[in-house]
Design a protein around this ligand. Structure first.
Ligand code: NDP
Ligand code: 8X3
Length: 253
């Protein structure tokens, strides 16, 4: 299948699993982004070996608009013909109440989860519009539907992603470009290690006493949206592990 996907945040967790799933789905080319160059290189080599696809690792910080544009401009005109954009790169930092929060953490979350998503989408979508074909998949969160103690700014960024998904659908539907929002609950990835700034013990506790979602679950959901026929747009999927009823009610064994 001659199709190209660009996946942000492919060095770990959900993005890496999406890359694996999309490669297994016989896409011909995957553009893999994130900051950790060595991980991108390893994933690219592994996917090419296993699935025979062409993989292009692009290491850059998505918070940096100039770096994002420069990375995009390294792609050939043919490679810029993106069929599927998975807007996945993102993070939470800390879980303090707002009045004790660190404004540097707020900047990082807003710049990554919101502005980074906008920068890459602005580069990719004009081609989709011109071709009247394409699919943007935004990885939101249960944190973009509900708030919880200490979620404050992270939740605000994910509420913003939800707003953007709805707005993008209005802007892109006239051009037959699909927009899907996927909003998971707790998924065991590097997310909590990042949130708790390397405190692996605290991070592990988040996922103890129940079976959390794993990255592959989200990747399968992404693939479900991708594999629909072109006239079908999966607007919105919310998913949690069976033990999680909502943001406030997680039932541990
Ligand atoms: P991981 O920490 O495992 O992966 C995050 C990815 O984002 C990494 O590939 C990382 O790459 C990339 N990233 C972070 N900051 C930047 C940056 N400045 N520039 C480029 N890439 C960046 O977390 P998840 O896989 O869990 O998270 C992926 C998405 O899923 C996020 O948007 C998150 O909010 C969302 N989500 C996660 C849930 C969970 O419980 N885990 C639940 C709901 C949604 P690198 O560090 O190499 O730059
Ligand atoms: C990640 C899930 O519940 O930690 O978006 O916000 S949660």
């Amino acid at each position: 299948m001659s199709k190209i996907a660009l996946i942000t945040g492919a060095t770990a967790g959900i993005g890496e699993a999406c890359a694996e799933r999309i490669a297994a789905g016989q896409f011909s080319t995957l553009i893999l982004t994130g900051r950790r160059q060595e991980r991108l290189k390893q994933l690219a080599e592994q996917l090419t070996e296993t699935h025979g696809c062409t993989c292009i690792p692009l290491a850059f910080d998505i918070r940096n608009r100039a770096a994002t544009e420069a990375a995009w401009n390294t792609l050939s005109v043919e490679q810029q013909v993106i069929d599927v954009l998975v807007n996945n790169a993102g993070l939470a930092l800390d879980k303090s109440p707002l009045q004790a929060g660190n404004p540097d953490d707020w900047d990082t979350m807003i710049d990554t989860n919101l502005k980074g998503l906008l920068y890459i989408t602005r580069l990719v979508t004009p081609g989709m519009v011109a071709r009247r074909q394409g699919h943007v998949i935004n990885i939101g969160s249960i944190a973009g539907r509900e708030t919880y103690p200490g979620g404050n700014v992270y939740c605000a960024t994910k509420f913003a992603v939800e707003g953007l998904s709805r707005a993008m659908r209005i802007d892109l539907a006239p051009h037959r470009v699909r927009v899907t929002s996927i909003s998971p609950g707790l998924v065991e990835t590097e997310f909590s290690v990042v949130r708790f700034k390397g405190d692996a013990k605290r991070a592990a506790q988040v996922y103890q006493g129940y079976a959390p979602l794993v990255a592959r679950d989200i990747a399968e959901t992404v693939w479900f949206a991708i594999e629909q026929p072109p006239h079908v747009n999966i607007n919105d999927i919310n998913l949690t592990c069976t033990a999680q009823a909502n943001a406030a009610n997680l039932f541990k064994d």
